[in-house]
Design a binder for this molecule. Structure first.
Ligand code: KIV
Length: 269
């Protein structure tokens, strides 16, 4: 007997169908509680490997292990019911060969129950994207500024400043689409290039520091909530949570020190 699930999530074909239509709303999320809030408004939630920097204080995403992505992926899937959950494949788990990529992507999908994986790279990853999608794993691609390659790129640098480099980036977008990616993140590239790619690429483009013309947008949740001391310049900060949390922690510390900490007769009402 099969177990029927009540959960009806956004599907990969529904995301694909939004090409050129209503903009796709997306945010990153790493835990069950924030994901439950984001789930009310986002079409897809990305469990990004940015969690290495945002949650775990790493210098870059290069050190993020697969098991950490799986643990956060499980939390986000548990906390959500509607959004498609996409989990990032961390550095070193997919570049070597399509076979290695399949093994690790299948592990992510089985252990988290997410709906898709994301990996970085354009033309050079096309063969792997085809291998995964032909075997049942939906892939979101990620081109332009690819943080896992920051050591090669010499940091986090906006791509396409020199117009001569545009063709190669546009070819990356077409290559991942032809290989079967269902959407492509355009990160950190000059606005006219991202707008141009959005016109020529047949799959939805998801912008981050790219263009309003993209088919959707994504931000790192903690950036837009004002939780990080530093945020990229392009990020509109919608919340002021850092100072709000500090204010609450200070008020608590003051209460404890002045012995005015409220207690209840009933434990855990
Ligand atoms: O890891 C991440 O959060 C990402 C987004 C910035 C697109 O890849």
């Amino acid at each position: 007997m099969s177990k029927q699930t009540q959960i009806r999530r956004t599907t990969v074909p529904q995301i694909v169908a939004r090409k050129g239509g209503e903009p796709i709303v997306s945010l990153t999320s790493y835990h069950a509680h924030t994901a439950a809030i984001v789930d009310k408004y986002a079409d897809f939630i990305l469990v990004g490997d940015s969690l290495g920097m945002v949650m775990h204080g790493m210098e870059s995403t290069v050190g993020v292990p697969l098991d950490l992505m799986i643990m956060h992926g499980q939390a986000v899937v548990r906390g959500t019911q509607h959004a498609l959950v996409v989990v990032d494949m961390p550095f070193g788990t997919y570049e070597e060969s399509p076979g290695v990529a399949f093994r690790n992507a299948a592990k992510i999908m089985k252990e988290t129950q997410c709906g898709a994986v994301k990996l970085e790279g354009g033309k050079r990853m096309a063969e792997t994207i085809r291998f995964l999608t032909e075997r049942g794993i939906p892939v979101m691609a990620h081109i332009g500024l690819t943080p896992q390659s920051s050591n090669v790129m010499g940091g986090f640098k906006t791509q396409g400043r020199d117009e001569e480099g545009w063709a190669a980036i546009e070819e990356d977008a077409i290559a991942v689409a032809e290989a079967g990616a269902f959407a492509v993140v355009l990160e950190g590239m000059v606005e006219p290039l991202a707008a141009k790619i959005t016109k020529s690429c047949p799959i939805p483009t998801i912008g981050i520091g790219a263009s309003v013309e993209c088919d959707g947008q994504i931000l790192v949740l903690e950036d837009m909530l004002g939780l990080n001391e530093w945020t990229p310049k392009f990020v509109k900060v919608y919340g002021n949570l850092g100072p709000a949390i500090e204010g609450a922690v200070k008020a608590y510390a003051d209460d404890v020190k002045s012995r005015s900490f409220p207690t209840e007769d009933e434990v855990y009402r």
